[in-house]
Design a protein around this ligand. Structure first.
Ligand SMILES: Cc1ncc(COP(=O)(O)O)c(C=O)c1O
Length: 376
């Protein structure tokens, strides 16, 4: 049997809707984007949603719209995909890495230690689909007057105290990359309750133009617009917006299937010697972008060997992620390994095993049986 680590779920309805959007006279910056943004706002409970070309663009524009620039420092977790830090670097600012907790989410205690005069913002990442401790993080931010931009790339549908992630800080940023909880193939979204931030991001995603295509086409002089500052082409086109619309309409089913599959792994793996199931105690509030276990010394063979032997059985696994402080571009920041006790430990032990909405019990059993057979 061959089991991928992830499989996107694009159904016939998704395909039909995408095809029909090709008949639209506006192939980009059009009504499907508007509708996707409206439904997204309703789903997460925010005032404004701004669709963009990917999750990195969402983070970049959120930071830009709030004036993050050179000389500023932004605190983010050592354990995240590099895009979180790259967005800060693209603004000319400095990423400051904080350690994580056992949950794999950023540690509020570590954030406190990294704050100084230059600190302007915090980017908590709701890792793998579990919300960070937003009460503690918001209280630190209020005390030090810091901007909070939530990286929700993994966590559409995830809540903290019954409030959707992305609605605690000044903005929340989502990715719709194929592995994410819904996909537009490539795509992203910024959410905010600030009209000022929303307007700014809408301009910046469209070359800095003060009026978009729909607004200009209603006017007899479509060339009348202003440029207040240079922007980017970070637009989300109509075909991908229509896929997003179709996916978000069946988001509850997609999530239920993911979560049910994760709960099945939890039941089968949580009491097995040498395996620690990460965050199984939060299974009722977790949206399981990824399913992560830790291979402990009592398992009898190393995590790397488990990965190799499963690969030989046709089962793909991987590690999310190599901590940022280990990459060449971050070594320049002269960070000390000792600052990252939990992320370094997680990097040694964690293994992401196959999870996707359409995974069958038979496929999961194949993963579980082969994993347990490796134990010494
Ligand atoms: C935590 C995190 N932030 C940001 C991103 C960037 O999203 P995108 O790939 O859509 O640019 C990703 C993407 O994988 C991610 O995992």
């Amino acid at each position: 049997m061959k089991i991928p680590i992830f499989l996107p779920w694009i159904n016939n309805n998704d395909k039909k809707i995408m095809l029909s959007s090709l008949n639209s006279p506006n192939l980009t910056d059009g009504p499907k984007l508007d509708e996707f943004e409206r439904i997204f706002s309703k789903k997460v409970g925010c005032k404004y949603s701004i669709g963009v070309s990917n999750g990195t663009a969402a983070l970049h524009l959120a930071l830009k719209s709030m004036g993050i620039t050179s000389g500023d420092e932004v605190i983010l977790p050592d354990m995240t995909f590099v895009a979180t830090a790259n967005a800060v670097i693209l603004c000319g600012a400095k990423p400051v890495l904080a350690d994580i907790e056992k949950s794999l989410n950023i540690s509020p205690e570590s954030i406190k230690k990294k704050i100084n005069k230059r600190t302007k913002a915090i980017i908590p990442v709701h890792f793998a689909g579990l919300s960070c401790k937003m009460d503690e993080i918001m209280s630190i931010a209020r005390k030090h007057n810091l901007i909070v931009i939530e990286d929700c790339a993994h966590s559409l549908g995830s809540e903290f105290n019954e409030k959707h992630v992305g609605t605690f800080g000044n903005a929340g940023c989502f990715s719709f990359y194929p592995t994410k909880n819904i996909t537009t193939i490539e795509g992203g979204m910024v959410i905010t309750n600030s009209q000022e931030i929303s307007n700014k991001i809408k301009q910046l995603r469209n070359h800095g133009l003060t009026r978009n295509l729909i607004q200009r086409s209603k006017n007899t002089k479509p060339w009348i617009y202003d440029i207040e500052e240079p922007g980017y082409n970070y637009r989300l086109d109509e075909v991908r917006s229509s896929l997003g619309l179709s996916q978000i309409k069946r988001f509850d089913i997609i999530t239920k299937k993911r979560v049910n599959a994760a709960k099945y792994y939890n039941k089968k793996l949580q009491n097995e010697r040498g395996i620690e199931v990460v965050n199984h105690e939060y299974e009722n509030i977790h949206v399981y972008h990824m399913y992560i276990i830790r291979i402990k010394p009592e398992f009898g063979i190393s995590r790397d060997l488990v990965h190799k032997k499963l690969f030989n059985k046709g089962i793909k696994t991987t590690v999310h992620y190599k901590p940022l402080h280990l990459f060449s571009n971050f070594k320049k920041l002269k960070l000390k390994n000792g600052q990252f006790i939990e992320s370094s430990k997680a990097y040694k032990e964690c293994l992401t095993i196959p999870l996707y909405p359409t995974i069958s019990k038979k496929e999961q059993d194949y993963v579980i049986d082969n994993l347990l057979k490796l134990r010494k």
